[in-house]
Design a protein around this ligand. Structure first.
Ligand SMILES: Cc1ncc(COP(=O)(O)O)c(C=O)c1O
Length: 376
């Protein structure tokens, strides 16, 4: 049997979520824009899903836009809020997901936006004062990952929002990895990205919540659905699914975080004790409960992953986008990890609901690293 420890890449659809969405694919199949009872049934499910999402995010129902996932939400947030503002300066960090970095780069190339990558420390933490120092009168937006997808390092989102607001700048939080593990409401974020497939909803579902008062230029133009912020017939079943998944994850969050982080800490300690030269990447304590990320200097990350898979454990080198490539992770390089060491990265991301000790996994990691080392 395979033990799946790559939950930051994606998760299976939860049975409760599948059950909640199923009838909106078949029986209540209407187009929510239609003015008849079939359409109205779909529209009321969509409204209900929007209200549920808004509660978890601490936003208004009208702020919530359903999207196709994290990539779309990040593109829409960054392009939409910067272009809508009429201002020309965008701030992010070098450790963001590619969907943030590439959206920012697009604005710099084609819209003459001035881009600042504000530095993080060696653990991947952005100091609010460092952020404050780069903000300007013409700063349109700050876009920051709440928790990093490769290391799990968590930012002090509320402090970053406070610093941005002091200068009248809105904060967009990419909460794709944080959702289900960390609180999303009450942080002061002006825009929040969530991806359904990381929290037990299907792939192709996402949320972008943007506070209503902010000028926003949509990515998709057309029939004006989603209050004009995302045209196209909404995926009602997908909206029902992501709303249910987010609500469930949020309700379970505190218990899950306590149990899973204890298992993770024991796992990290055992790996560091058993594997000579192994180092944890990211922050030792301010990290997502489910993330344990290492470098194993002197090995090759991809080969260690293959050795682990032979032992029934599936994990990854970091971001799924970079998986299989030999390139060193841009995140680890930005943290000051040497390129040769960065190429030895292995990330384990644990599921909600985990109860079993990961000692056997740590033992398998030690065997896998030693098998690669003795060959190399
Ligand atoms: C932090 C972060 N942002 C955005 C994304 C993109 O989300 P999606 O896969 O839904 O496009 C990911 C996916 O791994 C991610 O980890």
């Amino acid at each position: 049997m395979t033990l799946y420890l790559d939950n930051a890449a994606t998760t299976p659809v939860r049975p409760e979520v599948l059950e909640a969405m199923a009838s909106y694919l078949t029986r209540f199949f209407g187009n929510p824009s239609s003015h008849h009872e079939v359409g109205e049934a779909a529209a009321s499910a969509l409204d209900d899903a929007r209200a549920r999402v808004a509660r978890v995010l601490g936003m208004r129902a009208g702020d919530v836009v359903f999207t196709s996932g994290g990539t779309e939400s990040n593109n829409a947030a960054i392009k939409g809020l910067v272009l809508g503002s009429g201002k020309r300066h965008l701030v992010t960090t070098a450790i963001e997901h590619e969907s943030v970095l590439a959206s920012a780069d697009y604005l710099a190339r084609l819209h003459a936006v001035d881009l600042t990558h504000v530095p993080v420390d060696a653990a991947g933490v952005l100091d609010p004062q460092t952020l404050a120092a780069v903000l300007r009168d013409d700063t349109a937006l700050v876009s920051i990952g709440y928790a990093n997808n490769e290391t799990g390092t968590i930012q002090d989102a509320a402090a970053l929002a406070a610093v941005a607001h002091e200068r009248g700048v809105p904060l967009h939080l990419d909460a794709v990895q944080a959702a289900g593990w960390l609180p999303l409401a009450g942080l002061g974020a002006d825009a929040i990205t969530v991806a359904g497939h990381k929290i037990g909803a299907p792939k192709g579902t996402g949320i972008l919540a943007v506070r209503g008062r902010l000028p926003f230029e949509p990515l998709l133009h057309g029939g004006g659905q989603e209050r004009g912020r995302r045209s196209g017939t909404p995926d009602v079943a997908g909206a029902v699914a992501i709303a249910r998944a987010l609500e469930l994850a949020d309700a379970e969050r505190v218990d899950e975080a306590a149990r899973v982080s204890a298992l993770r800490d024991a796992f990290i300690a055992r790996v560091l004790a058993l594997v000579p030269g192994a180092r944890l990447t990211g922050h030792p304590t301010r990290r997502l409960p489910g993330t344990a990320s290492f470098v194993f200097p002197g090995t090759n990350g991809e080969t260690v992953l293959l050795e682990l898979e032979r032992r029934g454990i599936v994990s990854s080198s970091g971001s799924a986008c970079a998986a299989g490539s030999d390139e060193a992770s841009h995140v680890l390089l930005a943290l000051g990890v040497a390129p040769d060491d960065a190429r030895t990265a292995v990330r384990f991301t644990l599921p909600h609901g985990l109860t079993a000790s990961l000692d056997p996994v740590a033992d398998a990691v030690a065997e896998a690293v030693s098998a690669v080392g003795s060959r190399g």
